[in-house]
Design a protein. Structure first.
Length: 459
């Protein structure tokens, strides 16, 4: 399927439209040494964008690069994985270390594959295995890998276990342990996407082959994996599934490519009882693959996708304004066709996308950010230009309680972008249960909003 799509994209390159005026390239476009696949974007606590990918120039192994403010540079050695790296998923621990999960393909011998899940972290000098250094999954094949950190700071991975179905494991500091039952899904799955609720429960969304490849979401309630709403809740088959939680309401949302009738982008949310469509189903003008979902700090959902109709497979981003899905700048922000799009808001609340940038038959990595020229950026750390608020936050650092000079609505977000605490109309926030690390505090009152980076220490 990917090869067919790529051929169609290459054939369309000669008639591409111009990219949006407000999207700018971060550093050098097509910065990777050679062809890439499985791009995954995340931000360090310092606000630096990192991209993980499968690196064709290094025997299809994993490589991570970061933008240092001037150039894209390798983080450790390029091609650091043992075998070929597929389904790369990048995230930062609460302590600020980059982790990469992937399918480590050592061998694909028929009847005896060795394609286990693997996680490595960068210790400041080298990439080192987290747990077993030859893949921690019990069965020989684990695909569609998704990495996320719990509020307590433990790395979790969700994946499709070829032996049974969807499985989630976590690293307890010594070993990888299974959460609930292995293969908890009704049958075979694809497009697994893992996220934690504000209450700290792991949720997994996936394409459910027991329900005509429709979307299903399950959560672990501390004892068992249970279905959230109905299994197979989407109207048609669901591909390229992306699961996130709203920072405003705490509700789970899923974005996906709808199987019928036109293959457009659709977003649904769980209202506590049912899965309901956000705006119109298939809101994109045409087919939309590589769907990636993210929320801005005020809770507006954004979806990036490969836009078949309006921009000949270039990347497009749309957001839901409360009533309709509207384009963020012009449709087709990328100069060339874009695949494997990864959409993330930076700690400064700027919208970034990483993608496989296709030019002729070359597939290199590019990162772009949305930088609207018509309005100033109101969201720099300690910048109160979004209003005239004069809220002060103290002490910094702290280890048990954060105080505010006036009552406000407060959200606490960790470096992975996960909201870990939320409280309305308050002068204090209890942080005693949170691990040490870098956090971001967003305060809103009737005069405006303040975003501040925060150090949390433990005595």
């Amino acid at each position: 399927m990917k090869k067919v799509l790529l051929l169609a994209i290459v054939a369309a390159i000669t008639v591409l439209s111009a990219n949006g005026q407000s999207w700018e390239v971060v550093g050098k476009k097509r910065f990777s040494a050679g062809d890439v696949d499985y791009t995954s974007l995340a931000f360090s606590p310092k606000g630096e964008p990192y991209v993980a990918y499968q690196d064709k120039e290094n025997s299809y192994k994993a490589t991570v690069m970061k933008f240092d403010g001037t150039n894209w540079v390798n983080v450790g050695n390029a091609g650091f994985s043992v075998g070929k790296a597929e389904y790369t998923s990048l995230a930062f621990s609460p302590a600020g270390e980059p982790y990469v999960a992937y399918q480590d393909v050592i061998s694909r011998n028929f009847g005896n594959p060795l394609e286990k899940a693997m996680i490595m972290k960068f210790d400041g000098t080298n990439w080192v295995a987290v747990g077993n250094n030859i893949g921690f999954t019990a069965y020989s094949s684990a695909s569609c890998i998704s990495l996320a950190f719990s509020p307590e700071g433990a790395p979790y991975v969700a994946y499709q276990d070829a032996a049974s179905g969807a499985t989630v494991m976590k690293f307890d500091g010594t070993n990888w342990v299974t959460i609930g039952n292995a293969g908890f899904s009704a049958g075979f799955t694809w497009y697994t996407s893992l996220a934690f609720s504000p209450a700290g429960e792991p949720y997994v969304a996936y394409q459910d082959w027991e329900y005509s490849r429709k979307a299903t979401v399950m959560k672990f309630n501390g004892t068992n994996w249970v279905t959230v709403g109905n299994a197979g809740f989407s109207a048609y088959s669901a591909s390229c599934i992306s699961l996130k939680f709203s920072p405003a309401t705490g509700a789970p949302y899923v974005a996906y490519q709808d199987g019928e009738p036109a293959g457009g982008a659709t977003v649904m949310k769980f209202d506590g009882t049912n899965w309901i469509t956000v705006g119109n189903a298939e809101f994109s003008p045409g087919a939309a693959s590589s769907t990636s979902l993210a929320f801005n700090p005020t809770g507006e959902p954004y979806v990036a996708y490969n836009d078949e109709k309006n921009s000949f497979y270039q990347g497009s981003v749309m957001k839901f304004d409360g009533t309709n899905w509207v384009n963020v700048d012009n449709a087709g922000f990328s100069e060339n066709p874009a695949l494997n799009i990864s959409l993330v808001f930076s700690p400064l609340e700027e919208l970034y996308v990483a993608f496989v940038d296709i030019k002729s038959f070359s597939l290199k990595a590019t990162v772009m950010k949305f930088n609207p020229t018509a309005t100033p950026n109101p969201t720099s750390i300690n910048d109160q230009s979004a209003g005239k608020s004069t809220i002060s936050i103290y002490p910094n650092p702290a280890n048990d309680l954060i105080c505010f000079s006036v009552a406000a609505n407060v959200q606490l977000t960790n470096v992975t972008g996960q909201m870990v605490a939320c409280k309305t109309n308050t002068n204090t926030l209890d942080i005693a249960s949170q691990p040490a690390g870098i956090y971001f505090v967003t305060l809103t009152d009737n005069k405006g909003r303040v975003l501040q980076r925060y150090n949390m220490v433990k005595e």
